[in-house]
Design a protein. Structure first.
Length: 458
């Protein structure tokens, strides 16, 4: 059978060459899709539960949030261990499973137990699951910043972008004059323009955002005004909740048509919130603006980000666990480049870390080391040039060689090796003279019966 196979291969040699070429091309194509990474990911199967409660101290977080959620995870199939972290206003629980457990099955079980335990948590506290990623899932980082303003910057007065006085005008017409306001707008661009588009890149589990300030409507009550109108904080809170709701009211039939009725009380601007009614007393309507100051503010933050020494907004693309980091990073970088076309004027998103660069550099380094190592392994050894002192001329140029011989054979001076020939014996320095003269006279050799090179120099 083997002989017939060889004969068929020789007879149809072009077909064999074509098949080998196709297989080689397929192998090279699959090689580009191998999940090669610079650092191996040894993260075990784990699911993280994150809870944010800014009003709670670490002791309250541990007792009212972390402990109920952690004990609710007991008994899940495949559970290996749990660990938790409680800080001021923050709780994180890591549920570790065995390597044989399917990650999606583990997340489903954790979500069901978390939903059951949420009924006993403080009001307003809502735990959530972290993305399906690992500690090495950060494949792309970028910063959102303004184009630097300088006297040479092109200014279009009244149009979005930098203004002549150094302020920034948003496409919505809002004028940003302070660094805090400009940082808040960058965070808004990151949250509402960049992040939603980046989440559509293949292989990503989520987008993490740091830096800047989260925009919010801040209502600052006036205690004196509340007392003057006989109102309390509860009345103000209820008025704000009513001004931020939307509800349907069914429909009305008229002339054979159904007209949908709905209430639209959702506040869209600061002015809408300020004009929301608090109470009506005999035709006198007390509004929010009468008892409080309404303005655009910033939510309290727990951290920040900086780039080149100044504050910036940082975005991080988190890779889905088990994906190819090089291809995912390249796809995320291409998507970020496309997102740049939809940004407001004078706002840019620049990548600062790309995992594919690290992986490609590591692969090229390994390939170069293998090639150089193979070349050094199979190279022909170079002949070693060495001039040994002997019967030749001892000139001034031999001074650099003689000390090596002297120190090498100094411990062996006057030692003899009878099993070696006379020429191979080690002799002390100076036994050979220029022109082949011997140190001992010829009659001494004659007395011993040895002549020429066989004479014993003892």
């Amino acid at each position: 059978m083997f002989k017939a196979l060889i004969e068929a291969s020789v007879r149809f040699r072009w077909f064999v060459v074509l098949a080998v070429a196709l297989v080689a091309a397929l192998g090279l194509f699959e090689l580009t899709k191998l999940p090669i990474d610079a650092v191996p990911d040894i993260t075990n199967r784990q699911v993280q539960i994150t809870t944010v409660a800014p009003a709670l101290a670490p002791e309250q977080i541990e007792r009212q949030v972390t402990y109920p959620l952690e004990t609710a995870m007991a008994g899940i199939p495949g559970l290996q261990s749990t660990r938790s972290l409680s800080r001021n206003g923050f709780s994180q629980i890591t549920v570790v499973f065995t390597d044989q457990t399917d990650i999606y099955f583990a997340r489903q079980q954790v979500a069901e137990r978390m939903r059951q335990a949420s009924d006993g948590l403080p009001e307003g506290v809502e735990p959530s699951l972290s993305p399906i990623t690992t500690g090495l899932g950060e494949v792309l980082m970028w910063t959102v910043d303004y184009v630097p303003f300088s006297p040479k910057t092109t200014v279009a007065t009244g149009k979005p972008g930098w203004q002549a006085d150094g302020a920034y005008l948003t496409p919505e017409g809002e004028r940003l004059t302070t660094p805090q306001a400009r940082a808040t707008y960058l965070r808004t661009v990151q949250d509402w323009i960049i992040a939603p588009q980046m989440r559509t890149a293949p292989g990503l589990a989520g987008i993490d955002v740091n830096g800047g300030y989260v925009k919010e409507y801040a209502v600052r009550p006036d205690a004196a005004a509340l007392t003057r109108y006989g109102l309390g904080m509860t009345d103000l809170v209820q008025a704000l909740e009513r001004a931020n709701t939307q509800a349907g009211a069914g429909y009305v039939q008229r002339a054979g048509e159904a007209l949908v009725v709905r209430t639209d009380a959702l506040a869209a601007t600061v002015e809408d919130l300020a004009q929301a009614p608090v109470v009506n007393r005999g035709g006198l309507v007390v509004r929010v603006a009468d008892v409080a100051k309404v303005e655009i503010g910033q939510a309290p933050r727990l951290g920040g980000a900086s780039h080149d020494g100044h504050e910036a907004v940082l975005g991080t693309a988190l890779m889905l666990a088990g994906e190819n980091s090089r291809t995912v990073a390249q796809a995320a970088a291409e998507r970020l480049e496309l997102v740049g076309a939809s940004l407001p004027p004078s706002v840019v998103a620049l990548p600062v870390l790309n995992r594919s660069d690290l992986v490609n550099s590591t692969i090229s380094t390994v390939a170069r080391n293998l090639i150089e190592g193979g070349a050094l392994r199979h190279r022909r050894p170079l002949p070693a040039a060495r001039k040994l002192p002997g019967r030749g001329d001892h000139g001034p140029d031999d001074s650099a060689v003689l000390p090596v011989r002297r120190y090498r054979h100094e411990p062996l001076r006057h030692q003899r090796k009878p099993d070696e020939s006379r020429r191979a014996r080690l002799r002390p320095d100076g036994r050979w003279r220029r022109g082949g003269d011997r140190e001992h006279p010829a009659d001494a050799d004659a007395a011993t019966g040895r002549t020429g090179a066989d004479a014993d120099p003892a």
